[in-house]
Design a binder for this molecule. Structure first.
Ligand SMILES: [Zn+2]
Length: 309
């Protein structure tokens, strides 16, 4: 059930004139306290992205925001704490892998992984208790890092200190947060560095398959929005011409689900505004070239439980 958004002025039935705002003031005034600070950091990120008109999703999801079909995890830290301190806290951000819900196979994945496509690390940077105002967005710094990069550089590490984060991303202010999130999610961010510098070019007309990757003897074709605009059109055309083919749906750079061409999971997303080729699709007439493709790249994969039982 979708929770209804309530307003601060709403009366709490049975409590005289007491309002929801009174409850919130009591519950959340200590924003520096860890739980409230984490929620406030999510609010700052959601606000920058224009995603706070609804109700905060419940905490058990595999990520904090779904933005344009990609997912974002928000982490927060602060030098100041609500309890008495003799020195500012040492900054550490959690980035542990965890189990996640996998809608394509309708299971919890036993293998632990980082679920979101990127992380936003939010640091309340004020160290002077006399100037403390955690609500002041200008005192927050944000570091946006692709999950791919975290996986590559951090492996299974469960947390990272500030210097590690700063080696992967420069701090930015709230005003630039939306832009940076979009850069990192689209793979064009200066600190996204995958080493390959894939550009979002425009495809030559009629060059269907021009982006095909040939693996030795066997040929596979890749369709991915970071390769060129309208990759989805070519992907849909490939599906049409290869009704008995196979498709690796890359969930991350290291993990994929193998489907048959006709499977609903790879052709019929519920959100028409989300490109089917936002997640990389690697296609072939037979499954063997796809197995080889995955093996060469160290991509782990599972069979779709709907089409390949
Ligand atoms: Zn399938």
């Amino acid at each position: 059930m979708e929770p209804r958004r309530i307003t601060p002025a709403e009366k709490i039935p049975g409590l005289g004139g007491t309002t929801v705002g009174d409850f919130w003031a009591w519950a959340y005034s200590d924003i520096l306290e860890n739980t409230a600070r984490g929620i406030f950091a999510e609010y700052l990120v959601g606000s920058a992205l224009g995603m706070v008109e609804t109700v905060r999703p419940s905490g058990w999801g595999a990520f904090d925001f779904r933005y344009g079909g990609q997912t974002i995890e928000v982490k927060s830290a602060a030098y100041l704490q609500s309890w008495h301190q003799t020195a500012p806290s040492v900054i550490r951000f959690g980035l542990a892998e965890r189990e996640g819900w996998e809608p394509e196979t309708n299971t919890w994945r036993a293998e632990r992984m980082r679920q979101a496509d990127c992380y936003v690390f939010c640091l309340y940077a004020e160290k002077d208790r006399s100037r403390f105002n955690v609500l002041d967005a200008s005192m927050w710094q944000f570091y946006v890092v692709s999950t791919e990069r975290i996986n590559r550089e951090m492996g299974a590490q469960k947390s990272a200190g500030l210097s590690t984060i700063e080696a992967m991303a420069k701090p930015i202010q709230y005003a630039r947060l939306k832009e940076r999130v979009e850069e990192v999610l689209s793979g064009t961010g200066p600190y996204n560095s995958t080493g390959t510098g894939v550009s979002r070019g425009v495809r030559e007309p009629g060059s269907m398959g021009a982006q095909a990757t040939v693996d030795g003897e066997t040929s596979t074709q890749e369709f991915h929005d970071t390769h060129y605009q309208d990759a989805q059109d070519d992907y849909l055309r490939w599906l049409l011409h290869n009704p008995r083919g196979f498709v690796m749906n890359l969930k991350t750079n290291r993990w994929a689900v193998l489907h048959e061409s006709g499977c609903m999971h790879i052709a019929d997303y519920s959100d028409p505004n989300v490109s089917l080729t936002l997640k990389r699709k690697v296609c072939a007439s037979f499954d063997e070239p796809l197995r080889a493709w995955a093996q060469t790249r160290g991509v782990e994969w599972t069979r779709c439980r709907t089409c390949l039982k």
